[in-house]
Design a protein around this ligand. Structure first.
Ligand SMILES: CC(C)(COP(=O)(O)OP(=O)(O)OC[C@H]1O[C@@H](n2cnc3c(N)ncnc32)[C@H](O)[C@@H]1OP(=O)(O)O)[C@@H](O)C(=O)NCCC(=O)NCCS
Length: 332
């Protein structure tokens, strides 16, 4: 029997209209454009600031565009996996809200939480399901409303994050395209360095947690930076070596957008110029699970069938990894 590969056949995306730029941010906390651009590389980010709208709103917009662009009947979708760390609710899942609103009546749906590595982990999961031969159409979403967990009085973290969502359709092919290889890891050592301290079952919400601002993202930036550079670079090098990839045959690197200096380090390790690295951190910031699919969404027209892509990400946990995909269609 021919081997089935899982290939991306379309992309949809959505970012909110509201633009929070560095000038406005520097009126909220003691910071400035020069510091943010030189240390992080973010000029502006999108914020979903309409009351009552959560991550599922952005995810739904992205998936609707995906279904329209690919001419996909919502009822033909078998499964929806939504990667998010900022779900609308603890339960039910954000994915269940999306399938309900879009009439995907024959799909089962679930959220997958691996922080900023979530889309990579969700793609690997979806690919395994497709390769099993039991599923034909899976929608993988990366969506996060990071503004809902960002402390806009903390200058160390608030310049980094933004809101957004994007989704891809994953289908089977017997051609030599698609998700070829991955190296994904989680070590559990990252908890003290990057977490949301309260609101979960370990520390449920209380007056104490509210007073101490424990419902906002906590990060020890320097430690996270070091682990991110090392683990993303090592994972990329491993995936490249295992698949005979090098600077001459890699078309694009699709990295998580946490800090432009981390991205530059990854490119350097692969000996690739920044022109071959997908970037959206400058105008979207770190949108967590959404950074990778939003990058594909914006760069889709440049992609060619057969392009070798290396994805890489790093997030809380710590979680990290890299994957090799041979792109499956000419971008329009
Ligand atoms: C957060 C990050 C940008 C901070 O950069 P850094 O070079 O490590 O900076 P530091 O935290 O050491 O701070 C350096 C100085 O800048 C100051 N500073 C911090 N934030 C600032 C801001 N927004 N504006 C101006 N100054 C700021 C600090 O107070 C410190 O001042 P001091 O030397 O007088 O104490 C960086 O550590 C980083 O990107 N880490 C990884 C984050 C990440 O990838 N997170 C997501 C993972 S998925």
């Amino acid at each position: 029997m021919e081997k089935i590969h899982a290939v991306i056949t379309g992309i949809g995306g959505y970012v909110p209209d509201y633009v929070l730029n560095n000038e406005e941010l520097s009126r909220m906390v003691d910071t400035n454009d020069e510091w943010i651009m030189s240390r992080i590389g973010v000029k502006e980010r999108r914020i979903l600031n309409e009351e009552g709208l959560g991550t599922s709103y952005m995810a739904r917009k992205a998936v609707r565009q995906l279904l329209e662009r690919t001419g996909t009947d919502p009822q033909s979708v078998d499964a929806v996996i939504c990667s998010t760390s900022t779900p609308d609710y603890h339960f039910p899942s954000t994915a269940s809200i999306v399938v309900g609103k879009l009439g995907m009546k024959n799909a089962y749906a679930m959220d997958l939480q691996a922080a900023c590595s979530g889309f990579l982990f969700a793609m690997d999961t979806a690919s395994g399901l497709i390769e099993s031969g039991r599923y034909k159409k899976i929608v993988v979403i990366g969506a996060d409303k990071m503004s809902s967990v960002t402390d806009y009085t903390d200058r160390q973290t608030c310049p980094i994050f933004g809101d957004g969502a994007a989704a891809v359709l994953v289908e089977p092919t017997t051609e030599e395209y698609g998700w070829m290889d991955s190296h994904l890891r989680t070590d559990g050592l990252g908890l003290p360095f990057l977490c949301l301290k309260a609101g979960g079952s370990a520390t449920p919400p209380s007056y104490f947690t509210l007073t101490h601002r424990m419902h906002y993202l906590h990060q020890e930036g320097r430690t996270v930076y070091k682990f991110a550079v090392t683990n993303m670079s090592d994972a990329c090098a491993l995936i490249a070596e295992r698949n005979g990839l090098n600077k001459d045959n890699i078309a694009w690197v699709v990295p998580h957008q946490a800090n432009v200096r981390i991205i530059q380090a990854v490119a350097q390790r692969l000996e690739l110029p920044m022109e071959q690295v997908m970037l959206n951190i400058t105008h979207f910031g770190n949108t967590s699970s959404a950074t990778l699919p939003l990058a594909l969404w914006e760069y889709e027209s440049k992609l060619r069938k057969g392009d070798n892509l290396i994805f890489t990400a790093f997030g809380a946990g710590f979680t990290w990894g890299a994957a090799y995909m041979k792109w499956g269609y000419d971008g329009k």
